[in-house]
Design a protein around this ligand. Structure first.
Ligand SMILES: Nc1ncnc2c1ncn2[C@@H]1O[C@H](COP(=O)(O)OP(=O)(O)OP(=O)(O)O)[C@@H](O)[C@H]1O
Ligand SMILES: [Mg+2]
Length: 259
């Protein structure tokens, strides 16, 4: 059965899109058929990590939500883009596939959504169609920070929810809100992920504190990694640094999410 995983955070900039892109890439590299959907309609961005030019994207999630295309027509096969540099090493998996359903970065498309909204129920049926039409093993949903209607929908239909926070007082407070909402929506599996942990912090202490504060399992405590900042969303970290401890932590998170 295919699995739906939402990646969320209460506050912005916690690393949702980079984490989603890395988890998805490692799953596809392991031979799975993976979809990534960018439901951050107000401020999309994950397409950049997969090497898509926002101005030349073609069909997007917005087009689907406005009845201009099917959801599969908005799915872009980005498997061929998964290499370490422009001319570099090809993606090694022979079976794995990665499809991205991007949100539009066109100004009028974003403004239209903000002004007129859309039928959020279409998102749910679109996701169901996507799973069967593309025969996906896993669908990852990269969300807009904070709580809004599409985020609640995506959480409600997910088999697993990964909530990302930084070890920051503001994140602790906001994460509590998300955890409470997710509990009320009965998500089968909820995991917390601490990201951008400064080297001066003790990862094990943070894990225990987070686990106790939210009474929720912690999938990992990821360090702040300069190479990730330097990559600056110009590619997928796990492809550039396959041996890096952070890449290994991403693999472990995948194992926890799909267990
Ligand atoms: N572990 C990390 N170490 C260092 N930098 C990181 C790490 N994780 C993410 N970043 C950086 O943080 C920035 C924000 O990451 P990203 O865009 O993935 O966050 P986001 O949660 O999707 O943001 P938004 O809420 O705006 O969608 C990027 O510059 C990214 O390279
Ligand atoms: Mg993002």
């Amino acid at each position: 059965m295919s699995k739906i995983i939402s990646i969320h955070s209460f506050r912005g900039g916690t690393g949702k899109s980079n984490t989603t892109a890395n988890l998805a890439t490692l799953l596809a590299a392991g031979g799975q058929r993976v979809g990534v959907i960018d439901t951050d309609i107000q401020s999309p961005g994950i397409h950049v990590l997969f090497g898509l030019d926002g101005a030349a994207i073609g069909h997007s999630l917005n087009d689907y939500l406005w009845g201009r295309c099917t959801i599969s027509q908005a799915a872009h096969d980005v498997t061929a883009n998964l290499h370490t540099d422009g001319a570099g090493k090809p993606f090694s998996s022979t079976q794995g596939k990665l499809f991205l359903i991007p949100s539009s970065i066109q100004t009028d498309a974003i403004v239209n959504v903000l002004r007129e909204g859309y039928d959020v129920g279409l998102l749910t049926s679109g996701i169901r169609d996507l799973l069967s039409e593309l025969q996906l093993d896993v669908l990852l949903i990269d969300t807009h920070p904070g709580l809004n209607e599409e985020t609640l929908f995506s959480i409600a239909i997910s088999h697993a929810l990964l909530i990302i926070m930084r070890p920051d007082q503001q994140d602790y407070e906001g994460t509590g809100v998300t955890v409470e909402v997710a509990r009320s929506l009965d998500v089968p599996k909820m995991l917390l992920l601490v990201n951008k942990t400064p080297a001066a912090f003790n990862a094990e202490e943070i894990r225990q504190r987070v686990q106790q504060t939210f009474a929720c399992d912690v999938a990992g405590v990821l360090p702040h990694v300069d190479e990730m900042m330097t990559l600056a969303s110009g590619g997928i970290f796990a492809l550039h640094y396959p041996q890096h401890p952070l890449t290994q932590l991403f693999r472990e998170i995948n194992a926890r999410l799909l267990a």
